[in-house]
Write a protein that binds this ligand. Structure first.
Ligand SMILES: O=C(O)[C@H](O)[C@@H](O)[C@H](O)[C@H](O)COP(=O)(O)O
Length: 232
């Protein structure tokens, strides 16, 4: 279940998406006194982060986490936490609370219990707004094609909030929110820029095999309408 919103430029898309997200965060704060936002890493969200960080809302009531992170040092150039620190937790959004998906262990599998406990204690659930990206191999979050732990990450009966993942198609071990956590979010977005992403999306909608393209798990489900924002 999904709806496709198409834009002529990334700038127009980012303005529309930032406006929509800040409206939903404000609504959540008005209703619940707080709001939760989960964001992806990679290149696509950088301009959106810069815009969102300037939105006028009570960021001290917003709890931000990542959909996934690479198991590298927080200062490593591949760290999604570093990306969020640099581009989102700035300007107005400086007062938001950030809940990290990293622990000080060599492998993500060794840090899962600590991260799970941290999320349970600090992250208001369900997540109000969750923004996914998509890789050219059809991964989303860090749910990677044919990865050993993919089935565990997709298990809708699992009570795990996070799971470790070793991609076969990308560098770095990862930690990722599981599919049940992603689909429990109140507003679910897929943020895509460029013709290649459009082709990958088309390919994903043409087949059924989730192991081959895990983004299909989000496209095929009927629990939560996915809003796809795409620009040329
Ligand atoms: O850490 C990550 O790799 C992401 O969270 C991942 O799921 C990302 O959204 C896609 O790989 C798209 O990345 P780009 O925006 O760089 O194409």
């Amino acid at each position: 279940m999904y709806q496709l919103h198409e834009y002529d430029s990334a700038t127009t898309l980012n303005n529309a998406l930032a406006t929509e997200i800040s409206k939903q965060l404000k609504e959540a704060i008005a209703k619940q006194g707080k709001a939760t936002l989960a964001v992806s890493g990679g290149h696509t969200p950088i301009a959106l982060f810069n815009l969102l960080s300037q939105a006028t809302l009570d960021w001290s009531k917003v709890y931000i986490t990542l959909v996934d992170d690479r198991w590298v040092d927080k200062h490593h150039e591949a760290s999604n936490e570093r990306l969020v620190n640099t581009h989102l937790l700035q300007n107005q959004a400086q007062s938001a609370h950030f809940i990290s998906l990293k622990a000080d262990t060599t492998k993500p599998s060794e840090g899962l219990a600590e991260v799970q406990a941290r999320l349970e204690q600090n992250l208001p659930m369900p997540i109000d707004v969750l923004i996914l990206g998509m890789g050219d191999d059809g991964h989303t979050a860090s749910l990677f094609p044919h990865a050993k732990n993919l089935a565990a990450g997709l298990d809708m009966h699992s009570e795990k909030l996070v799971i470790d993942m070793q991609p076969l198609t990308a560098p770095h071990e990862r930690i990722t929110l599981t599919l049940p956590v992603i689909l429990a979010s109140r507003h679910l977005y897929l943020h895509l820029v460029g013709e290649t992403k459009k082709e990958v999306l088309h390919q994903a909608t043409q087949g059924q095999d989730i192991n081959e393209m895990p983004i299909r798990a989000v496209l095929q489900q009927d629990k939560n309408p996915l809003q796809i924002y795409w620009a040329k």
